[in-house]
Each structure stands twice: as structure tokens, then as C-alpha cells.
Ligand binder design. Structure first.
Ligand code: GUN
Length: 301
């Protein structure tokens, strides 16, 4: 028996609203002769990455962003990837691009990121963009943390004064989200605890939080016993686990949904929570990049 009273936060619905607003901005750009362009770069043939990249291209098509794709052989030397990056940096039709992670072991992702023109770094991973974010002057907010902020806002969750516990300290989610949520801003002003694999008594730190963000990349790490009554639970995890179905796998989050939903006041599902928001915010950053590069002001959602 389960007893779920929690509001299920619908990431698909919120992402769809953002995409609608972006479509207006894209029309404004198009009227000024500036069609936004996003490129994806995939080195190797990781199946999950191929799926993500395909979805990103479909998203672009839906809102009127031109999409480009570059494949690099997984066995190629890093220089081949660097050459593609240099070409994209020079291509005026490409306002933003991402190099899908993970890259093969013989390629240093940090070096890859350093080579991306910061003005086109729609992931927000380049050290210049990380620095700007930490300084409270973000150019591109990384897509997943930004998506989490937008979801919280849409669900009517006040971050001001809230105790937020983030489980996971990744460069892509945990660290930037912590930095965004502590900023003196309407969608910040939280008191943030960042937990990781060496944290002692994780459950105590999640249980005392008003908002728990699970972003550790560990299937169902956070269960209901670790959630305080009435807390808001945001599940960033997307883990493929073996399953007895056609695909041979299923997607589960970092949260054990059933037990956590019994305690939470609101919770995101997997899939259909943070995932669609990440994709929407990539479109957002692409529109912002085009707006900045083309010198055309647009209203962003
Ligand atoms: N791999 C998993 N998440 C991401 C992301 O947000 N950006 C890129 N470039 N690669 C990823």
C-alpha cells in the first residue's frame, strides 16, 4: 500500500511553457534576420549520449532553432575533436554548441571545455562562465541547475530562507546549483548544504531540509526515511538499471519515488521531471547566445 499525497511536479508541462515563450523570442530574432543555431558534438557511440543528442536536435526543430551535428570517431585523437571545436568557434551560424559528455578516456574533457568559445558555451561549463556564475554575473546558467530553479519557481517553492540539501557535488549539477541557490536573488537566498560520497550521516542532512535535490548519479539512493515530512524533493538522477523488458533496462532516479512521495509535499518524477527542463534550458541558452551575438534584444522566460 502506498499513500501518495505529494504534488507531482510536471517537468514536461513547465518545459513546454518555457519552449512556447522561447518560440516568441526566436521569432523576434528571425524577424531581425538572425536564426539561432545550436550544434551538438558527439565523440564515440555511447547509446545514452546518442539518445540525448537526438532529443536535443528534435527540440531545436520544434522551436525554430537551426541544429547542426558533428560526429567524431571514438578512436580518433583528441586533436580531431579540437579541430571541430575550432571550426564551430569560427562558424557564425552556430551561436552555441555542446560537446556531449562523457568523452572517451583518452580525451581530457577539461581541455575540451577550455577550447570552447565562452560566448558559445551554452552548457555554461567553460571556466570563464563558471567564474561569472560564482561571481553572481552568470552569462549562461548550466542547463540542469537552471531547470531546477525554474521547476521550483513553477511549483511555488520559495527558496528564500529555505534549507536546501543537495546530494552530489558534480561540476554539472551540484556545484553550480549550490552557487545559484546561495545568491542574493529572488530565486536564491537559500541556505545550502552540499553532500557527497564522504558525507557523514547523509540521512540526517537530507531529513532536516525543506528542499532535497538528489543529483548523485546513484539509483534510488534517497528513500522516504531520509525525507522530512512536507519537504520538496527534486530528483535529478537518470540511471539506467537492468530490467526484464524489451529494452533490457529502465530509467530510475536517485530517489526511491514511492517511499519519498509518502513524506514529501511535492516531488519530481523520473522521467518527466528535471530531464525535460534541462533540454528546455539548453534552448534558452542558445536563444540567449544568439541574442548576445546578433545584438538583438529578446524577452527570455
Ligand atoms: N552529459 C550529461 N549531461 C550533460 C550536459 O548537460 N552537457 C553535456 N555537454 N554533456 C552531458
Amino acid at each position: 500500500m502506498t499513500d501518495i499525497d505529494a504534488e507531482i511536479i510536471d517537468g514536461n508541462a513547465v518545459a513546454s511553457e518555457i519552449r512556447d515563450d522561447l518560440t516568441d523570442a526566436i521569432e523576434t530574432l528571425a524577424d531581425a534576420g538572425a536564426r539561432p543555431g545550436l550544434a551538438t558534438v558527439l565523440m564515440g557511440d555511447d547509446p545514452a549520449s546518442e539518445t540525448y543528442v537526438n532529443m536535443k536536435q528534435r527540440d531545436c526543430e520544434e522551436v525554430g532553432i537551426e541544429s547542426y551535428h558533428v560526429d567524431v570517431d571514438g578512436d580518433a585523437p583528441a586533436e580531431e575533436l579540437y579541430d571541430e571545436i575550432a571550426t564551430l568557434n569560427e562558424d557564425d551560424d552556430v551561436h552555441g554548441y555542446i560537446v556531449q559528455a562523457p568523452v572517451p578516456d583518452h580525451v581530457d574533457y577539461r581541455e575540451v571545455i577550455r577550447r570552447v568559445d565562452p560566448a558559445k558555451d551554452v552548457d555554461g561549463f567553460h571556466p570563464e562562465n563558471v567564474g561569472r556564475l560564482v561571481a553572481g554575473d552568470a552569462r549562461f546558467r548550466p542547463c540542469t541547475p537552471h531547470g531546477v530553479q525554474k521547476l521550483l519557481e513553477a511549483a511555488g517553492v520559495e527558496t528564500e530562507g529555505a534549507d536546501v540539501t543537495i546530494v552530489g557535488r558534480s561540476d554539472i549539477v551540484g556545484k553550480p546549483l549550490a552557487n545559484l541557490l546561495i545568491q542574493k536573488a529572488d530565486d536564491g537566498n537559500a541556505t545550502v548544504t552540499v553532500c557527497h560520497s564522504r558525507t557523514e550521516d547523509l540521512a540526517e542532512k537530507t531529513r532536516s531540509a525543506d528542499v532535497v535535490v538528489a543529483a548523485a548519479g546513484a539509483p534510488e539512493l534517497v528513500d522516504g526515511s531520509m525525507i522530512g515530512e512536507g519537504a520538496v524533493v527534486i530528483d535529478v538522477g537518470v540511471n539506467r538499471v537492468d530490467a526484464d523488458n524489451e529494452k533490457g533496462y529502465e530509467l530510475v532516479g536517485d530517489v526511491e519515488f514511492e517511499s519519498a512521495a509518502e513524506k514529501a509535499s511535492a516531488i519530481t518524477p523520473v522521467p518527466g521531471g528535471v530531464g525535460p527542463m534541462t533540454r528546455a534550458m539548453l534552448l534558452y541558452n542558445t536563444v540567449k547566445a544568439a541574442s548576445l551575438q546578433e545584438g538583438v534584444d529578446v524577452e527570455l522566460p
